[in-house]
Design a protein around this ligand. Structure first.
Ligand SMILES: [Zn+2]
Length: 90
């Protein structure tokens, strides 16, 4: 029922990579998603649940990630690097 965002626009280079190119955030072409509030009130976060103890919740996040890959040109997760341990970058 709700998506928790870490924001969109930030004029900066990419973080956690060796390159110095501008981030998609530098041109407001990216959003960072940290969590979701489910209809039953549960809060699922990338930080706590990407590798969390509940397999159904882990699967939920992987389905969201895979779905985002069908819709966005760039999708980064905790598997990309430590800078993305707590959010999906879309
Ligand atoms: Zn981002």
């Amino acid at each position: 029922v709700r998506v928790e965002s870490f924001g969109t626009y930030a004029c900066r280079a990419t973080i956690g990579t060796a390159t110095t190119r501008l981030s998609g955030h530098a041109i407001a072409n990216a959003v960072d998603i940290g969590g979701f509030i489910l209809a039953d009130g549960r809060r699922v976060t990338v930080l706590a649940d990407w590798n969390g103890p509940d397999p159904a919740v882990r699967e939920f996040l992987r389905v969201v990630h895979a779905s985002a890959c069908k819709r966005f040109g760039t999708v980064l997760s905790p598997d990309y690097n430590a800078a993305h341990r707590n959010h999906f970058h879309l």
